[in-house]
Design a protein around this ligand. Structure first.
Ligand code: NJP
Length: 247
């Protein structure tokens, strides 16, 4: 087992990439702290992992609230005494054309995709600095490198995640022995597109997501596992991973 005696907090663990990552890290021996808003989903994942011999603890949290994430960090420390890995994965993608002014959705993406990631870091950093070790995985996107119509705000949030991650790495990795990796998926078959409400996107753009064979959530979980199981002197800065059929 590659992650024995490790403790990982995973945000957005109630579905998709977060759920798959929780299962994979637990199967490699890590204790996994599962967090998201949908408690029923978290509880059933907690039960599934514990039943199959892993160790999981579900704690409800909204990543737009710093206090919630501080509570997750505190309860993790109280229960397990350490925080080795944070997978900052919670995110939303209600794509829309700027001209359609879905301003409330812009706010939501900024709050979850950018501030949620920063709050996750703020919640675990004091512990990781005291430990003089830790690994922060931030989930960005191909959209953090490539900008397309209907994704202006989503891309802006993912560019921010990628920039913040590089800033974190430059500050923390050499000095504090806290590794930072950014994972940039292309299209992955998850619930992510269910938040789209813009009719123009649903009609014209969404089919793109179904026309190609997308990645599965476990494909991204495996990239995360790769990053967190490198030898201590190796920091995997970035992994961009796309479906073979995606241009
Ligand atoms: O999507 P989905 P993915 N507080 O919808 C949680 C990025 N990505 O796994 O709170 C706390 O299955 C939500 O939980 P709940 C993407 O940008 C994906 O694909 O219970 N949690 C759920 O667990 C995102 O950063 C693709 O509703 C909140 C999770 O977020 C990450 O991958 C491509 C929350 C979303 O799970 C995981 O997304 C790409 C809140 N306020 C990047 N709001 C892709 N799928 O194609 C939401 O490039 N969550």
């Amino acid at each position: 087992m590659k992650l024995e005696n490790k403790v990982a907090i995973i945000t957005g663990a109630s579905s998709g990439i977060g759920e798959a990552t929780a299962k994979l890290l637990a199967a490699e021996g890590s204790t996994v702290v599962l967090t998201a808003r949908r408690v029923d989903k978290l509880k059933s994942l907690e039960a599934e992992i514990n039943k199959s011999g892993g160790k999981a603890l579900a704690i409800a949290a909204d990543v737009t609230k710093l206090k919630d994430l501080e509570k997750v960090a505190k309860e993790t420390l109280d229960a397990f005494g350490q925080i080795d890995i944070l997978v900052n994965n919670a995110g939303l993608m209600p794509l829309s054309f700027v001209k359609n002014l879905h301003v409330a959705e812009w706010d939501q993406m900024i709050d979850v995709n950018i501030k949620g990631v920063m709050y996750g870091v703020a919640a675990v950093l004091p512990t990781m600095m005291e430990q003089k070790s830790g690994h922060i995985i931030n989930i960005s996107s191909l959209a953090g490198r490539k900008i397309v119509p209907s994704a202006a705000v989503y891309c802006a949030t993912k560019f921010a995640v990628t920039a913040f991650s590089e800033g974190l790495r430059a500050e923390l990795t050499p000095e504090q022995n806290i590794r930072v990796s950014v994972i940039e998926p292309g299209a992955v078959a998850t619930e992510l597109t269910t938040t789209i409400t813009d009719g123009d996107v649903l009609k014209n753009i969404l089919p793109f997501f179904t026309d190609i064979k997308p990645l599965q959530a476990v494909d991204i979980a495996e990239a995360i596992l790769y990053a967190v199981t490198r030898p201590k002197h190796v920091n995997v800065n970035e992994i961009l991973i796309l479906p073979t059929a995606q241009s």
